[in-house]
Write a protein that binds this ligand. Structure first.
Ligand code: C2E
Ligand code: MG
Ligand code: MG
Length: 717
């Protein structure tokens, strides 16, 4: 073709041929034409460039096979074997079409064959490496994008299901306070209309909807928005608890985002809050009566003392203790006791003002904080009303019960600035009220504190006294009036205190009873009295006083039997003196024990007869061997006809029932004459002898004489 172009003589065709040649050689495609023998006719420069061929190597007539071989040498990759490939390309008819060839150096060349009408072929070769690379890169990017999109889609799905399955409400807002996303729980928690909630909605609109739904705190919309906006702007993580008008309580955790928006979780803590409130309530209230307990009382008292506005304002602390509550419990059972306590709580509630606090301290003890008041007279008035109302009868499922109340009052700040001090002083005053006969109230006085101090010291001393051998038994003769003989002696305890000297039983026996120490002391008394009496001649009795507390402790019978056995004293020579109080409590068990003692042969005397409330009743329930008429009746028997009548009646009663009637505290011969003429069978008193140490008794009444003869009037130490 080149030759034919150069050979043309026509300047114009020559010119055109040159132009064509130029165009042919400047094509970006490599172009080659071969004839039907598969030999090169012509090729352009680009073709040679692509394959690095010299014009020598592709001169017309060069077999195409050589060119293909050359391409193999360049690294042309084919799937089939090169020979087969060459054969396929240079054998049969030309097959039109485009193939892409790859070379080991990375080049990619697109090869298109066009058959020519004369049986030859034209082929274009285009280096598409760069294009293919871009295409491959684009494809890769496209695939990567698709993968990422898929991953994102899955992540979104996971995120959606995660946020919609959260137990908390969740919402994201953008910096313009518009919703980005929220979960179903959020919509449900605030009763929001589902169809109206979506991305883009403003916080203000949501607040409007919440206001309509009632899922809104007790404040105005403006206030709420103002508050939320403040939280949002602050860029600080904020946790807040809101109580909604619909009764729910939510905890909102606000977390700012770097762009000025925020994410907030909303947790429904209603149940948790309710149980917290319940626990809190339980921690501060008495479960039986619903009154305040000790903890709340302390708080309230502290408040009351701290909140006094005027200097003259005072706070009264009433410490209340029910009298005879134990008897109700013992008689009607604990359920009835509980019911009574509830009724008491109700009655107290009706007596106090809203500003006062009533607390149950446990058992049958209550404390009322009354304050602020201006005058202690207001405390007096309340105490009186309390005592009167508590003393009204109670209906306990058909049973009627009557109890009383004792009250100790301390007034702050005078009696104490701190709750513990005031409560302690009210307690001291209560102790005094009970000591003064119950059913009454007492105000605290500083002397009570000193007495309590003294009592505490005595308690410590008392606990040491037994081991230190500081107790001693004195004995007072009991004289038979008919025979004028000593029938026996009453053992009366004395305490030789190392500093205080001789302490009378009236001083320490009540305390010993209160602290239960009487059991140990009493045991010592019984053993000591039995062993002393066992040495006395004949059948002289020994009388031992036994307290109620000793009857309550389980070992009394064993102690008595043990003392009798150890000493060898015959049981009939032992006399037990009890007072009414012994029978007041645990009547059944006490009576059973008395009968057992009686069966042993031990004699039982009722001491201090006439001082209690129902001495006669008790005479009915046990066949006493002896009645000891209290000293108080004997004392004024000569002046007071009332006392005389009592002595007469009791003596008659005793004689009628076959009991001994012993008059206590006979000091004068007039008294002796009277009690004798009124029918008493025995006497005991200073007129005959004071209580004396065992050795004195031995010396004066027992040694060397007729033991049973009363030796006249002796007034000893
Ligand atoms: P009590 O059993 O009624 O004893 C009689 C008390 O009257 C004794 O007082 C005795 O000393 C006193 N007394 C006797 N004759 C006269 C008199 O003519 N004039 C006066 N003014 N008093 C007379 P004491 O020994 O001080 O005992 C007081 C109470 O202490 C006893 O009263 C008794 O209840 C109790 N007690 C004494 N010893 C014991 C004991 O070992 N155990 C128990 N549980 N109580 C005891
Ligand atoms: Mg006695
Ligand atoms: Mg007595």
């Amino acid at each position: 073709m080149k030759d034919s172009i150069e050979r043309a003589s026509d300047p114009e065709p020559v010119q055109r041929t040159r132009l064509l040649e130029q165009a042919f050689n400047n094509l970006s495609l490599g172009l080659i034409i071969c004839d039907n023998k598969y030999e090169v006719v012509v090729c352009n420069k680009r073709y040679m460039e692509i394959y690095g061929l010299s014009s020598e190597q592709v001169k017309p007539g060069t077999p195409v096979r050589e060119l293909i071989q050359h391409r193999f040498n360049l690294g042309f990759k084919v799937l089939s074997k090169p020979d087969e490939y060459i054969r396929a390309r240079t054998g049969n008819a030309v097959v039109p079409g485009t193939t892409v060839h790859q070379y080991t150096d990375g080049r990619i060349i697109s090869y298109t064959v066009y058959p020519l009408p004369d049986g030859g072929a034209m082929a274009t070769h285009e280096d598409i490496t760069a294009r293919e690379q871009i295409r491959a890169r684009l494809k890769k990017q496209y695939e990567l994008g698709k993968q990422q999109e898929e991953a994102l889609r899955i992540r979104n799905l996971q995120f959606d299901s995660a946020i919609n399955n959260m137990s908390h409400g969740l919402c994201f807002f953008d910096p313009a306070h518009r919703l980005i996303v929220c979960n179903d729980r959020y919509v449900e928690m605030y009763d929001l209309p589902r169809d109206r909630i979506g991305p883009g909605i403003s916080l203000a609109e949501i607040v409007d909807m919440r206001f309509e739904a009632g899922s809104f705190p007790a404040m105005s919309k403006e206030e709420y928005l103002h508050w939320r906006a403040k939280v949002a702007v602050s860029a600080e993580p904020t946790d807040s608890v809101i109580e909604l008008r619909n009764g729910r309580t939510f905890k909102i955790r606000h977390r700012p985002m770097p762009d000025g928006g925020w994410v907030a979780t909303h947790e429904d803590i209603t149940e948790q809050r309710q149980s917290e409130v319940k626990i809190e309530y339980m921690a501060h209230h008495d479960s039986l009566t619903d009154l305040a307990n000790r903890v709340l009382l302390n708080e309230r008292l502290e408040q009351a003392l701290g909140h006094r506005i005027h200097r003259e304002e005072i706070v009264a602390v009433h410490h209340l203790d029910l009298d005879q509550f134990k008897a109700v419990n013992d008689t009607f059972g604990h359920l009835a006791g509980d019911k009574l306590l509830k009724i008491v709580a109700g009655r107290l509630r009706g007596l106090v003002r809203d500003t006062d606090t009533i607390a149950r301290m446990g058992g049958d003890e209550f404390v009322i904080v009354q304050g602020p008041i201006r005058d202690p007279a207001e405390a007096t008035s309340l105490a009186q009303r309390i005592i009167a109302l508590i003393s009204e009868p109670y209906d306990l499922d058909g049973h009627q019960a009557v109890i009383g109340a004792s009250i100790g009052i301390a007034v702050g700040p005078g009696d104490g600035l701190r709750p513990d001090k005031l409560l302690r002083n009210a307690d001291l005053a209560l102790y005094r009220a009970k000591g003064d006969g119950r059913g009454t109230f007492r105000f605290f006085e500083p002397a009570m504190d000193q007495q309590m101090q003294a009592r505490r010291i005595m308690e410590q001393d008392l606990r040491k006294a037994l081991a230190a051998g500081e107790f001693e038994l004195y004995y007072q003769p009991v004289v038979n009036l008919a025979s004028n003989e000593i029938s026996g002696f009453e053992a009366l305890i004395r305490w030789n205190h190392p500093e205080k000297g001789m302490v009378a039983p009236a001083t320490f026996i009540p305390l010993a009873e209160e602290i239960g120490f009487i059991v140990a002391i009493g045991e010592w008394v019984i053993r000591q009295a039995c062993s002393t009496a066992a040495k006395w001649p004949g059948d002289l009795h020994v009388a031992v006083n036994i307290s109620a507390a000793q009857f309550r402790s389980p070992g009394l019978m064993q102690v008595i039997v043990g003392a009798l056995a150890t000493s060898g004293l015959h049981p009939t020579r032992l006399e037990i003196e009890i007072t009414e109080t012994v029978l007041l409590q645990n009547k059944e068990t006490t009576l059973e024990l008395l009968h057992q003692l009686r069966a042993l042969g031990v004699r039982i005397a009722m001491d201090d007869f006439g001082t209690g409330y129902s001495s006669l009743t008790y005479l009915q329930c046990f066949p006493f061997d002896k009645i000891k008429i209290d000293r108080s009746f004997v004392k004024d028997i000569t002046e007071n006809t009332g006392s005389l009548n009592i002595v007469r009646a009791v003596a008659a009663l005793a004689n009628g029932m076959g009991m001994t009637a012993t008059a206590e505290g006979v000091e004068t011969s007039e008294q002796l004459d009277k009690i004798t003429s009124e029918g008493c069978t025995e006497m005991q008193g200073y007129l005959f002898s004071k209580p004396l140490p065992a050795a004195e008794i031995e010396r004066l009444f027992l040694s060397g004489r007729e033991p049973r003869k009363a030796p006249g009037r002796i007034v000893a130490a």
